[in-house]
Each structure stands twice: as structure tokens, then as C-alpha cells.
Design a protein around this ligand. Structure first.
Ligand code: FE2
Ligand code: FE2
Length: 252
């Protein structure tokens, strides 16, 4: 049975929450969602920053610089929304310490701290920008919390560009490195990318959907991503790795 949505898109703002016009549990769920979103944007920004320091292909610099600047801006937008609700960046990040070790944060954490070279950069973009485009476009653009919906709109415009970069690069990578190294990189990254959507059917997601903070379950979005990427791999003669069916996914 579909979950009944209590608040329509963009129906609430910071004043409504700060003045106590809404169930405090709504605010609690929203703060957790925003803290996770902010952290994902920040780690992605750090990954692009790190890529700038380690990349040896100068042709990629302009686009990586652009992505770095935009991801920084995305993080700032979400931290700003948190601040409006009385939560500082430090407090938001502190609330994420345990979550950072979960499989759902493996992709952004790996990009921020361990990714090496051009293929990893491309895979990170496929794992974070393409997934981000789906999550933000499907879930947050219609958020009942107006400031998150507005931030999502700004972010989406730029993520669409990052996505174009990622899909173009995938074709270029096949030409430069050959099919096998790219297949190998896909096997290392795709489990992480799919886990980025998070576990299916949690109480937290149920609350998000009921409050209109998300519209779809993590699993549905993960399936959408796998379908999209499978098609893209087929077009390029690549092999989309098969994954185990339950979260956290690994190679089958
Ligand atoms: Fe972003
Ligand atoms: Fe992005």
C-alpha cells in the first residue's frame, strides 16, 4: 500500500518549524536527512579537490575545477538550510560520524580519501553525480520542506552537467584504456555506487515519505540507476557487473 503523504511539496519553511507549528519528529527526520545530504556533497567536493592535486591529465582540469566549485556550493546550500534550523555545520557533521562508516557512505568517503587516477575520477563521477542526479531529482525537488526543494533545483541544474561529463568520459575511457580496465573499474565501483542509495525499507525512509521529504524508497532509486547504467554499458560494449540482491550489495 502506498504511504500517505502528510505535507504537499514546498508547504513548510524554517519559520513553521522554528515556531513549533509542526510535529517535532518532522524536524528530527528532516535534520538527519539534511545532514546526510550535506555530508555527501562535502565529501564529493573533497574528492574533486583531491583529484585536482593528483591528476596528471591537464585536459581534465577545467571540468574538475568546475565540479569542485559547484559541489562546494551544493554543500554550502544544504549547510545553510541546517543553520536556519539552528544546527551548525560542526553539529551536523558530528551527527554523521556513525553513518559515515555505513556502506551507503563508502562511495563518497572513498572518493574523498583514496581515489587514484583518471579511471577512479570517472567512476566516482558515475557513482556520485549520476546517483545524486537521481536522488535529488526524484526525491528532494518535491520536498515538503521548501528550502530543501529550492536548493535541490539549483543543485540539479549543475548535476545534469556533471552527469554529461561522466557519461562522455565513460566512452572516452573505453577508447583510451580499453574495455577490460574499464570493466575492472566498474566491478570495483558499482557495488559502492548502488549502496550509496542506502538500505531499502527502513523506518527512516518510511518517515521521510510520510512527511513528504522523499517520494521514493532507496531500492526503487537504486533499480533506476542500475537500469540506466546497464543500458549505457551495453551501448559501449562494457559489462555491467552483477550484484547480490540484498543491501549492502557486493559483486555476485
Ligand atoms: Fe552535488
Ligand atoms: Fe555533482
Amino acid at each position: 500500500m502506498p504511504i500517505r503523504r502528510q505535507f504537499p511539496p514546498r508547504s513548510l519553511d524554517a519559520a513553521a518549524l522554528n515556531e513549533g507549528r509542526v510535529d517535532p519528529h518532522y524536524t528530527k527526520v528532516l535534520l538527519r536527512l539534511l545532514a546526510a545530504h550535506a555530508m555527501a556533497e562535502k565529501l564529493t567536493a573533497l574528492g574533486y579537490q583531491r583529484a585536482l592535486a593528483t591528476l596528471d591529465n591537464p585536459a581534465l582540469r577545467p571540468i574538475v575545477e568546475k565540479n569542485f566549485a559547484e559541489e562546494k556550493k551544493h554543500a554550502r546550500l544544504i549547510y545553510h538550510a541546517l543553520e536556519e534550523l539552528g544546527v551548525s555545520q560542526q553539529a551536523a557533521d558530528r551527527s554523521m560520524i556513525a553513518v559515515l562508516k555505513a556502506p551507503s557512505f563508502d562511495a563518497p568517503s572513498y572518493f574523498a580519501s583514496k581515489a587514484e587516477g583518471e579511471l577512479d575520477l570517472l567512476m566516482a563521477s558515475l557513482s556520485l553525480d549520476t546517483t545524486g542526479l537521481i536522488m535529488i531529482g526524484e526525491n528532494y525537488r518535491e520536498s515538503s520542506y521548501a528550502p530543501h526543494a529550492r536548493a535541490a533545483e539549483v543543485i540539479l541544474d549543475e548535476e545534469a552537467d556533471h552527469e554529461i561529463f561522466a557519461s562522455r568520459q565513460l566512452g572516452d575511457a573505453v577508447e583510451h584504456f580499453g574495455v577490460e580496465p574499464v570493466n575492472d573499474a566498474l566491478r570495483r565501483w558499482i557495488p559502492r555506487a548502488v549502496n550509496f542509495f542506502g538500505p531499502p525499507g527502513t523506518g527512516f525512509t518510511y518517515d521521510c515519505i510520510r512527511y513528504g521529504l522523499k517520494s521514493r524508497d532507496n531500492e526503487e532509486l537504486a533499480e533506476l540507476y542500475v537500469t540506466m547504467l546497464t543500458r549505457r554499458c551495453e551501448q559501449l560494449g562494457l559489462e555491467m557487473p552483477a550484484l547480490t540482491s540484498t543491501y549492502p550489495h557486493s559483486l555476485a
